[in-house]
Design a protein around this ligand. Sequence first.
Ligand code: GFB
Length: 313
Amino acid sequence: MSLPFTLAGKRVYVAGHRGMVGSAVVRRLASEGCTVLTAPRAEVDLREQTQVREWFAKEQPEVVVLAAAKVGGILANASLPADFLYENLMIEANVIAAAAASFTQKLLFLGSSCIYPKFAEQPIFEEALLTGPLEATNEWYAIAKIAGIKLCQAYRQQHGFDFISAMPTNLYGPGDNFDLASSHVMPALIRKAHEAKLAGADSITIWGTGTPRREFLHVDDLADACVFLLKTYSEDGHVNVGSGSDIAIADLARMVCEIVGFAGEIVYDTAKPDGTPRKLMSSDRILSMGWSPNSTLSDGIASVYEQYQTSNF
Ligand code: GFB
């Protein structure tokens, strides 16, 4: 495959276009001069092999961004192990195999930083994959994502397909899930602080001890990295995509409360899980290729809060 790979004039399928990541990728592709293809779930259920094969045979996408996944925060991951493992395995296997069967020129698979061992040395380089046990709260999702990386590598090695993988850190941005039972921490904190402010409450309760550290990246930065990798990367190894710094959940909660304008107390529900103590990735590989993120955490949170107040989540 010759690089840089051109998107202009190509038919680019974004799987998962209604999700936070997929919708950001669709927005970013608007300036690439390509035709963006999407398929509503009512038309193609990505867990169903025949539907996926038939759709690919009919639409013949030349490029695929695989952003479709069953996703959720720490509690959803821990309480729905069968759904997270089965649905993600099916989606990946069906889309990657259908892309190969219809001779898609390039495919980008999106994973997650939870693929790395729970106690991986920090910052986590790509080589840390499969060097230790996973974090229990998300091992089901992580195993499915590891299988997706390996499937891309297997098609590359056995059949020469240009299938690549990117591993984003914890993401946030427009289109996030604000349901408190199933969301990730960022939308949960924004919603809790906002509702407490409106109610004149004295405190908000957040999960765990507040000591775990997480690295956050705005989803528009990830979408930009996806386009960058599609155009410039064509190798076997997966590529980390992060912001380069992490923050303790307690400090994040304070930052969100300040942005939202809630001055009450933060209470910790330690019956809820902490998850991985820390997962700061090294993004040296993509930085050395010439990509870097644009958003700062505080600006990113402020813009999401603005959107949250004006939308019907
Ligand atoms: O974002 P989160 O759900 O996912 O939680 P993970 C991050 C941290 O925030 C954990 C704490 O230590 C939570 O205990 N936290 C505090 C909260 N308050 C809240 C709250 O109200 N809601 C939530 N959700 N968390 C997920 C994985 O792990 O990250 C997935 O389960 C995936 O597989 C995703 O990899 C990116 O960072 O712990």
